[in-house]
Design a protein around this ligand. Structure first.
Ligand SMILES: [Zn+2]
Length: 282
């Protein structure tokens, strides 16, 4: 784990985008340019656009309220196996490599970050972050659409079962693109809308299930379109959760490529440089 001083070196002001954040004391960061101050609570810098956002937005407030319930799911027999399968799919995608400069956007309670050795995490839910911090992740509270990180500092970014909860999926990918180094990698893991799993979750959403009600599910084509718009090129795809949601889950070997019957799809994409107008004229 890094010290707060090391973490601050990677951050920038979300109000004026300048890289002039100064650690005033253990509880406060101040932007030297625009004078905005950011609180640090339990060693976690807070970059929420407004303090009320965590209470008002249902996709954040459910995690604040039911975080222990959510985190306990991973310990249940079914949750455990599904989690192992999902982690295995992502590990295969990145060929079991670990990266020093890695971030999970929507780190939640840090389950995936811990299993995949991801060093940094951001999430709007403070109660989730307290758990992620305990799991050894360097965390910041903020939103995916406005990352408080400097540009071009990460080798790889992960967005795992998070794209369904963000307010603006395209802006989330645009921001991931910004914080990635040249040729940086992006891993997206999501629940496929067209699969039996996606359909089962949609039913739960309609019935008002606490975690699925605020979720918005995506199909492979929709994700592909978002990646293209945000200037990412797909390198590899793997699919897992090949059994039906009502069946007893078993440990699975991830299948290469996109399989529409699989509930969990993981995509590895690479940052494509944004051409300047000048280059377009050549
Ligand atoms: Zn500022």
């Amino acid at each position: 784990m890094h010290t707060i001083r090391d973490l601050v070196k990677l951050l920038r002001c979300t109000k004026c985008d300048s890289q002039t954040l100064h650690l005033k004391n253990a509880h406060k960061l101040v932007c030297k340019k625009c004078n905005t101050s950011y609180a640090i609570k339990n060693g976690i810098p807070i970059f929420l656009p407004s303090p009320e956002i965590a209470e008002k937005k249902p996709q954040i407030s459910i995690f604040e309220k039911y975080i222990n319930h959510y985190d306990a799911w991973f310990e249940k027999p079914k949750g455990k196996i599904l989690f192992i399968n999902e982690v295995k799919a992502i590990k295969e995608l990145i060929e079991y490599k670990t990266y020093e400069k890695s971030i999970e956007i929507g780190v939640g309670t840090g389950r995936f970050a811990q299993a995949l050795h991801i060093k940094y995490g951001i999430d709007p839910s403070f109660s989730a972050l307290l758990l992620a911090k305990k799991r050894g992740i360097n965390v910041v509270q903020g939103i995916a659409e406005k990352l408080p990180f400097k540009s071009e500092i990460f080798e790889i970014a992960f967005i795992i079962v998070t794209i369904c909860y963000v307010q603006d999926p395209l802006m989330t990918l645009v921001e991931a693109h910004r914080v990635l180094k040249k040729n940086g990698l992006l891993v997206i893991g999501y629940i496929e809308k067209e699969s039996p799993w996606g359909k089962a979750y949609l039913m739960k959403k309609k019935r008002g299930h606490v975690f699925y009600k605020p979720a918005r599910f995506f199909s492979f084509n929709e994700i592909k379109d978002l990646l293209y718009k945000a200037k990412f090129e797909i390198l590899k795809v793997v699919s897992t959760l090949n059994r039906l949601p009502q069946e007893k889950p078993t440990l699975e070997k991830p299948i290469e490529g996109y399989k529409k019957d699989c509930g969990f799809i993981a995509i590895l994409a690479q940052k494509v440089p944004i051409k300047s107008k000048f280059l377009d004229l050549l």
